[in-house]
Design a binder for this molecule. Structure first.
Ligand SMILES: [Zn+2]
Length: 148
């Protein structure tokens, strides 16, 4: 079976959140984990069905299988719950970087984060990877305690 590419998965999610697509984990949980219809989930988050399926496909690829993607999404949602976007959509539907105070075209938000805020991206990924490690350790402890 294909291995999970944790680093690539965390990088993908961190970029999405920081770039302003912070609904991605909610949308994927509803679509992939809870099995809600793509049309209603896409409508709720104002994205296209095509985009939603694209996100799901990327996550499945990086997870190694659909089953693993379903398991990892709620865990990542938990560990990323306090991570906030640095690019946000304003009332005029423009994407603004809160650090540089500039407008960024919608399709360039992730590129902007990668190019100008690499330090934040790196720190966010580090936090997420550390929390994932901690989650794994805690889970092992629970299993060991329940066996003994
Ligand atoms: Zn910026």
């Amino acid at each position: 079976m294909k291995q999970m590419d944790t680093k690539s998965l965390v990088n993908y999610i961190a970029l999405k959140i920081l770039g302003g697509s912070d609904y991605i984990l909610d949308a994927l949980e509803e679509y992939l984990v809870k099995g809600e219809g793509p049309a209603s989930v896409a409508y709720k988050y104002q994205i296209s069905k095509h985009q939603l399926r694209g996100y799901a496909q990327r996550i499945i690829e990086k997870s190694g299988s659909e089953g693993r993607a379903r398991k990892i999404i709620p865990i990542i949602k938990q560990i990323a719950s306090d991570i906030k976007p640095i690019i946000k959509k304003n009332e005029k539907d423009l994407y603004v970087c809160e650090i540089c105070k500039v407008t960024v075209p919608k399709e360039d938000t992730e590129e902007h984060v990668r190019k100008y805020h690499k330090d934040i991206l790196t720190a966010t990924m580090k936090t997420m990877l550390e929390r994932l490690e901690q989650y794994k350790k805690d889970k092992q402890t629970v299993i060991l305690t329940s066996v003994s």
